[in-house]
Design a protein around this ligand. Structure first.
Ligand code: ZN
Length: 636
């Protein structure tokens, strides 16, 4: 028989004293906590330019910390600024929550009870030297398997503690009901479910927002536009750096991080009003969370101030702009869609309200874990060896956000229900398309893909008599090498990502090097070597590559010119697509000779001859079983 959840957690811990609050001395600098009053929601968009970093947006004012100089500057500009008390959670209340030390013990006890499906790791240390715990729940936690990775984190603001309790709750459910509830068995077997109950041990222990260095960790991540966070944070904090180091190498599909102070699921981007490439999906997944959380779904506060019901979700920057959030970094740098879940208006409600919060969030969390493994998935392998390809990229045409394969070649791509063309690429391989793939948001479409390596071959021969030279060494300098066989032939994989030098040498012959070669297709390069005493060999190069140049002018006004070349003679087709991936024109080119450079002029009309609207378009060249794509902008 299973005990009720929260009771079970409490009963597992015998020593509740000495938990929670250890009064950490927060390093003070010269930042003053203030309220800045605003007249309307539009005012929140002025703070970026003022170099002010919004910490919380409240009704009628923002909360932040500023220097004395900034204080005077804002006041002189007419802003009403007043000091406020530094937030600090009520020690009595917060000690009833699972503080950092308690969490540490709890993770050990869950692992001890369920060693076969859990693993606890430290991915780094906080500013004050506390371990940053991540906890994995999955079957065979020490094996790398074809599973979607999902990350559930919280407490990056040390005083926002409700989310941590929700995470501990779902961890308890997943482990205790693994054997008895089929859905949980399935999720634990088919997902890697990672937990970070507290991203900020220093703040958690002190009951404050910041880490031990008095920095806001959710303003500390690299901003996708490469800029800084309003100059507030000079260095990356150890918690942030450790997070980046550890999670950059993972392929997290979906993640959330819990906050408190509001009741809304906030999706990328935080740093810009521009919509993220997966805007529809990000909104849908956030809605999926909110729909199952009645107070969130029915919350009446209008976060984006558009006069419409939010249904519990908001685009981050529509609420207010945040530069340096974990959410934006995660989606930008790792393609892991991250949702900021504000799960309680009151950051530290009394403990007796936690069962209600658990009730409100439990199904949402289950939905979220489920969602991470839905959509498109498959394994990408090398067509010659059958081995998995790591870091192969998978892009749905028209959505500018690749996901990447893991070390065993598996990828997972959540997508809205629709039909997609998928582009598979990897360094050293021919690009490959899969067309008209039907994907649904609430089930799994499997699509395995084999990629063919790009090969370079040729004969090394004696320049005098044309006799093949066996045993000659041919090197792609810095990459790999091959030795010619008895017929003088070498064969190697080629990487299309950069320029390489190709070098042939044989005993008694003068070495020949071709510098700065770049091929995107299979190529042949022959070497003609002369004996050491003779003159240098002449290159026997006769190589054409299939290429599609950047259309010009770009942007174009009434027309653009599209230039291309084929590696081998054959039919070619140029097609124009719009930003949503819809083909708007097909331009068959007939049969084209190898190596001939052809230019085609597109007049900006669609198949029916109608002028297309201004916008971003893609030109796609298909010939000889391969495709090339260029993006162009059409102005009108
Ligand atoms: Zn927060």
């Amino acid at each position: 028989m299973k005990k009720p959840l929260l009771l079970a957690i409490t009963a597992a811990l015998f020593f509740t004293a000495a938990q929670g609050l250890r009064a950490e001395e927060i390093v003070k600098n010269d930042l003053i906590p203030v309220k800045i009053y605003i007249a309307s929601h539009d005012d929140v968009y002025k703070f970026n330019a003022l170099g002010v970093n919004i910490e919380e947006l409240r009704e009628g004012y923002i909360e932040t910390r500023i220097t004395r100089v900034k204080y005077d500057e804002l006041t002189s500009l007419g802003w009403k600024v007043e000091p406020r008390e530094e937030e600090r959670a009520d020690p009595k209340i917060i000690s009833e929550y699972h503080g950092y030390n308690w969490i540490t013990v709890l993770l050990d006890s869950i692992h001890a009870a369920h060693p076969g499906i859990t693993k606890k790791i430290s991915y780094g240390k906080s500013y004050n030297g506390h371990d940053l715990w991540a906890f994995l729940i999955t079957s065979q936690p020490d094996s790398i398997l074809n599973k979607a990775e999902v990350r559930l984190a919280g407490n990056i603001h040390g005083d926002e503690v409700v989310g941590t309790e929700m995470l501990l709750g779902i961890m308890d459910s997943l482990t205790n009901f693994y054997d008895s509830v089929p859905e949980i068995t399935d999720l634990v077997n088919t997902r890697e479910i990672w937990f970070i109950p507290t991203l900020n041990p220093d703040g958690n222990l002190a009951g404050v927002r910041y880490n031990g260095h008095n920095e806001d960790l959710n303003r500390d991540f690299p901003v996708p536009d490469g800029g800084t966070n309003n100059g507030f944070v000079a260095d990356i904090e150890p918690e942030t750096q450790a997070f980046i180091n550890y999670w950059s190498s993972k392929r997290v599909v979906l993640s959330l991080n819990y906050h408190g102070g509001a009741l809304v699921a906030n999706y990328p981007w935080d740093y810009t009003l521009v919509r993220c490439p997966d805007d529809l999906l990000a909104r849908e997944v956030s809605l999926g969370y909110a729909r199952l959380n009645t107070p969130m779904y029915t919350e009446t506060y209008d976060y984006d101030n558009d006069g419409l019901a939010d249904s519990g979700v908001v685009d981050g920057a529509d609420w207010y702009v945040v530069r340096g959030s974990l959410q934006d970094w995660s989606y930008h740098a790792t393609s892991g869609l991250d949702v900021t879940v504000e799960c309680s208006v009151n950051k530290t409600p009394p403990k007796n309200q936690l069962p209600t919060f658990w009730n409100d969030n439990r199904n949402s969390l289950m939905y979220f874990i489920r969602q991470a493994g839905w959509g498109l998935q498959g394994i990408v392998t090398d067509s010659l060896t059958g081995l998995p390809i790591n870091w192969a990229s998978v892009v749905p045409f028209g959505i500018d956000k690749p996901v990447y394969t893991d070390t065993i070649g598996d990828y997972h791509r959540m997508l809205m229900t629709d039909q997609y063309d998928l582009i598979f690429t990897a360094v050293g391989y021919h690009e490959k398309w899969a067309s008209d793939i039907r994907v649904k948001i609430d089930s799994v479409t499997n699509l395995d893909m084999q990629l063919a390596p790009i090969l370079i071959t040729g004969i090394v021969s004696d320049s005098a008599g044309g006799i093949p030279i066996p045993g000659a060494l041919v090197e792609i300098v810095g990459l790999r090498s091959d030795t010619t066989d008895s017929t003088g032939v070498y064969l190697m994989r080629w990487n299309q990502d950069d320029h390489y030098s190709l070098k042939a040498s044989a005993a008694g012959y003068t070495t020949v090097i071709y510098d700065s070669l770049k091929f995107e297709n299979d190529s042949t390069i022959n070497f003609s070597l002369s004996t050491d005493s003779g003159v240098a060999g002449k290159p026997g190069v006769n190589v054409f590559i299939t290429r599609l140049e950047q259309p010009f002018p770009n942007p174009g006004r009434s027309e653009v010119h599209i230039r291309y070349q084929l590696a081998a003679a054959g039919p070619a087709v140029l097609e124009i697509y719009d930003i949503s991936g819809r083909r708007i024109k097909s331009l068959p080119q007939g049969s084209v000779p190898a190596g001939a450079v052809r230019t085609f002029t597109w007049d900006g009309s669609d198949q029916s001859g109608k002028n297309v609207p201004a916008g971003v378009y893609f030109c796609r060249l298909a010939a000889g079983g391969m495709t090339k794509i260029r993006r162009m902008i059409m102005l009108k």
